[in-house]
Ligand binder design. Structure first.
Ligand code: HEC
Ligand code: HEC
Length: 457
């Protein structure tokens, strides 16, 4: 309790005592009058005195209750006290940042489809999948013959990552970015942290030629490595038809077909959306609501919780190869917070222009996110709770308890000479934990079991 609160309490208490004394005195003298001069009417004065005293007591009582209320732990009353976060004129550099619209319209939640869409020129077939799987695990696709796709994307009982902050390629070279999981990459309409690949086929041609990752000099050199192994010829003929030659393009097509089988439509969240109302815990449900109302869905949307992803129009149908696209690139960090410096979040600017002071990044999928630390493009953050705090403050401008952001921000646009007011979400520690609980519901049951079984070994 602050000295101010104690002051208020003292005033309240004194008022109660004074009021009580006044009443007692008035009633006493009234009784004396009544006893001495029976017959002379004095009932009016008695009622007046009692009413006056009661009023003073009621007022003092209210004052005391309000004082006690303001002394409660902050989060208990934060909800009704949003207005306490007074407007703040943001620095001029922020005024160009468009306010993030909070989704008011009903948001439609989607389960992950049971199959991934394939482009018309590369239909997924069992033969192609078998070939692609073999290529995915083949270290001969790297210069030093010791790094395969699977070296950095562990999918045999693993969560499709390498668990490093940033990846290690040939000759122990360390890259600059964290390896995203390949699980459900098939639902992403753009790939890589900066969204530079437009399809899995396109993406699969990147790592073999990346000097740090697999270091091959050319696509033709990769194709030649595959031709060198006679076991591949029949597999290619099965997959692409008799007499087809082995090319870098077909290597990439087969790998992409295999990756389209790496999907996890078995998360508690999916079971919930498909009708199992017991699939989510109360905390996860609260988190789900917060994920929508605070505006996480304005970026992480659709079945894959990303920027641009493929959807199935009706559950059970194969997903349509149309991407829902809410603009897949976003400025990150959007607002200035201490996290940017703490985790070195602006050194790499992703898809940002040459003079950008911060990065522009693809909105990543949040599927299996609880199973795939460390986080963010540079893998700098280990805890999911910390990432949620970073997102809430830097992407939504939210206030988290005493954290320095402001619940209500006033934007001044010097060009338009306009002022606009935006309400930012106000969250407390429990809200953050609920959001994390919800993110946990996006973890595949199957993957989580495999990971647990591995840890027991
Ligand atoms: C040396 C480790 C390493 C190897 C080997 C590697 N990757 Fe990756 N992979 C990464 C990293 C790091 C990224 C992110 C790079 C970026 O965004 O700039 C990535 C990104 C991806 C993505 C994009 C996922 C997404 O959500 O956007 C896919 C898909 C992928 N890799 C598949 C493959 C395939 C297929 C191979 C083999 C041909 C392969 N990787 C080889 C480390 C590796
Ligand atoms: C304005 C767009 C935007 C909003 C709003 C947003 N995010 Fe993000 N989110 C991103 C971007 C962009 C990244 C990638 C950051 C990077 O490149 O390191 C990201 C990354 C993440 C990651 C890390 C993923 C990984 O694999 O490393 C999590 C978890 C996450 N967001 C959760 C949330 C939650 C929870 C909310 C709501 C509180 C939220 N995001 C709101 C754009 C957004």
């Amino acid at each position: 309790m602050s000295p101010e609160d104690i002051g208020f309490l003292l005033v309240g208490f004194t008022a109660v005592v004074v009021a009580a004394t006044v009443i007692v005195m008035l009633v006493k003298s009234e009784l004396a009058v009544a006893a001495g001069e029976v017959g002379k009417s004095s009932g009016g004065r008695l009622v007046l005195a009692v009413a006056l005293g009661m009023g003073v007591i009621a007022f003092s009582f209210k004052l005391t209750v309000f004082t006690l209320m303001s002394a409660l732990p902050k989060q208990t009353i934060d909800r009704v006290m949003v207005e306490r976060h007074f407007a703040q004129i943001v620095p001029a550099s922020w005024s160009t940042m468009p306010p993030i619209p909070l989704k008011e319209e009903p948001y439609q939640w989607q389960a992950l489809p049971y199959t991934a869409p394939a482009p018309p020129d590369n239909p997924t077939t069992p033969e192609k999948i078998a070939l692609g799987k073999r290529l995915f695990f083949d270290p001969n696709l790297s210069l030093t013959r010791d790094v395969a796709c699977a070296s950095c994307h562990d999918v045999t009982g693993g969560t499709g990552i390498d668990s490093r902050r940033t990846s290690m390629g040939i000759r122990g070279q360390i890259g600059g970015r964290n390896a995203p999981t390949v699980w459900n990459a098939a639902f992403q309409a753009v790939l890589f942290w900066d969204g530079r690949a437009a399809s899995l086929e396109d993406q699969a041609k990147g790592p073999p030629l990346n000097p740090i990752e697999m270091g091959m000099p050319s696509g033709e050199a990769v194709a030649q490595r595959v031709r060198d192994n006679p076991a591949y010829e029949p597999l290619f003929e099965d997959a692409f038809g008799m007499g087809t030659s082995i090319t870098f393009d077909r290597v990439a097509q087969a790998i992409a077909a295999y990756e389209r089988t790496l999907i996890t439509p078995d998360a508690p969240y999916d079971r919930f959306v498909r009708g199992d109302r017991t699939a989510l815990t109360p905390a996860q449900l609260r988190g789900m609501a917060l994920f929508q109302t605070t505006g996480c869905v304005s970026c992480h949307s659709g079945a894959n919780f990303s920027g641009a992803s493929f959807v199935n129009l009706k559950d059970g149908d194969p997903p349509a190869a149309v991407a829902i696209d809410n603009g897949f690139l976003r400025m990150f960090p959007g607002n200035d917070t201490p996290y940017a410096q703490k985790y070195n979040l602006t050194a790499d600017i992703g898809a940002g222009g040459p003079n950008a002071d911060r990065g522009v990044w693809r909105i990543p999928s949040l599927r299996n996110v609880a199973l795939t630390p460390p986080y963010l493009h540079n893998g700098a953050v280990d805890s999911l709770e910390e990432v949620v705090r970073i997102m809430a403050t830097s992407q939504l401008g939210a206030t988290i308890d005493g954290n320095s952001q402001h619940g209500r921000v006033v934007f001044w646009s010097p060009e338009q000479q306009r002022v606009s007011k935006v309400d930012r979400p106000v969250l407390n520690d429990r809200d953050i934990k609920d959001l994390v609980a919800f993110l946990n519901s996006l973890s595949s049951d199957g993957l989580a079991q495999q990971v647990a079984a591995r840890q027991r070994k």
